[in-house]
Design a protein around this ligand. Structure first.
Ligand code: GDP
Ligand code: MN
Length: 381
């Protein structure tokens, strides 16, 4: 789960990472009020959406008096930033910036360890630094069992060639606090970009991205509460409500498989067959009618979908049961889209026979995964 910048800053500040003070506003009038309340000489008005690059998209603006904060909030509220409509802004005391650095911890699945990255080339996308100036990017893994050791922080800071002693000291403090925050929040990503140095030499987090492991949210009710239901994709929201594992993609072939591995291969096979997957949807272990109805409801709620590809490999799940589930679902809900089914594994013969006997007009049964994918792609055209 991603949280907004202002929530990320709240989490960081709990661990003592320095952040500017600010407040949320839902309207231009509230923005002025907040600016006055915060005090100071200048403010920055920032769109709170789950999208990066807000600055370039016009979602981050400086204001030099509270009335100007209102005007800037009026410009930003309602703005569409990469498909995310701005419903709230964060008003912050503006910082003077001398330098922009970058500091993050991600979870490196390859090594199964948290990975620190630090560079003095901050403020831009980190991928760009990694590509164009890889030597400027200091990387450091932390063994999760040993935990963070101060010498690692020093290595990281020297690796990034930060040579000012006061900056070194402050960044070492932030590195250690960020690690505690990352581990104790069950985060998958905590990114500070930019980590700024003010003209007075003070280091603080100006922007932050924070992603928490969904599976660990149950032990962080305070973070779980930060979920912004309005900001989620409407199809993904429906899926969450129905307990369906679903990821929206942007093609035309709706995909339903049983098991995450098979569903992912199905996405690949549709691409190989020349099509574009509309989603990734995992039926999980069950194949009962209700599970199929729920999944189909989510998939058909996306009107970009032109055909549906049901890919089932029976193991513990029996194909005859899934076939009955599909027929029961089609009785319960009206679907006009073509549905292509491939059944293999436990009781596949029986399953295919059940579908052939019932023979709904929009149902196509194919013997192999590739043939089924080709048919689904053809029908989506
Ligand atoms: P992003 O574009 O979504 O990554 O949003 P950021 O919060 O990183 O802001 C983008 C850029 O706006 C920063 O890199 C800064 O250059 C600038 N910016 C943001 N806040 C301030 C501020 O308080 N003062 C100044 N001078 N610039 C700011
Ligand atoms: Mn940023």
């Amino acid at each position: 789960m991603d949280v907004h910048e202002y929530q990320a800053k709240e989490l960081l500040s709990r661990y003592g990472v320095p952040v500017p003070s600010g407040a949320v506003a839902y309207s231009p009038e509230q923005a002025t009020y907040r600016a006055k309340q915060l005090g100071g000489a200048a403010w920055v008005v920032k769109a709170q959406v789950h999208a990066g690059g807000r600055g370039k998209a016009g979602g981050v603006k400086l204001a030099d008096d509270p009335a100007d904060a209102e005007a800037k909030a009026r410009d930003i509220l309602g703005l569409d930033i990469n498909g995310h409509v701005v419903r709230k802004v964060w008003i912050e005391q503006a910082s003077d910036i001398a330098k922009e650095y970058y500091l993050s911890i991600t979870f490196d699945r390859g090594t199964k360890q948290p990975l620190f990255m630090l560079t003095t080339e901050g403020g831009v996308e980190i991928e760009q630094v990694a590509e164009q100036n890889p030597d400027a990017l200091a990387r450091l893994h932390v063994d999760p069992l040993e935990g963070y050791q101060p010498y690692q922080g020093r290595r990281l800071v020297y690796g990034a060639a930060i040579d000012d002693p006061s900056e070194q000291k402050q960044i070492l403090g932030i590195v250690e606090k960020l690690y505690s925050c990352f581990v104790e929040s069950d985060a998958m990503l905590t990114e500070i970009n930019p980590l700024i140095v003010t003209p007075e030499g003070e280091v603080r987090a100006l922007d932050s991205k924070f992603t928490v492991d969904d599976s660990a949210l149950y032990r962080h009710p305070d973070i779980a509460e930060m979920r912004d239901v309005e900001a989620a994709d409407p199809h993904e929201r429906l899926a969450r409500e129905k307990g369906v594992t679903y990821v929206k993609l942007d093609g035309e072939v709706g995909i339903l498989g049983n098991g995450a591995g098979l569903s992912m291969s199905t996405v690949d096979v549709v691409v190989v067959a020349g099509g574009r997957p509309a989603n990734f949807c995992d039926l999980g272990g069950g194949g009962d009618a209700q599970g199929v109805v729920d999944a189909l409801e989510v998939i058909t709620s996306d009107d970009q979908v032109r055909s549906i590809f049901f890919n089932i490999f029976g193991g513990i799940t029996r194909c005859d049961e899934v076939a009955r589930g599909i027929l029961a679902a089609l009785e319960q809900m009206k679907i006009e889209l073509p549905i292509v089914v491939r059944l293999d594994g436990t009781n596949a013969e029986e399953g295919r026979k059940i579908l052939a006997d019932a023979a709904p007009p929009n149902l196509y049964v194919e013997p192999t995964m590739l043939e089924a994918a080709q048919r689904a792609v053809e029908l989506a055209a």
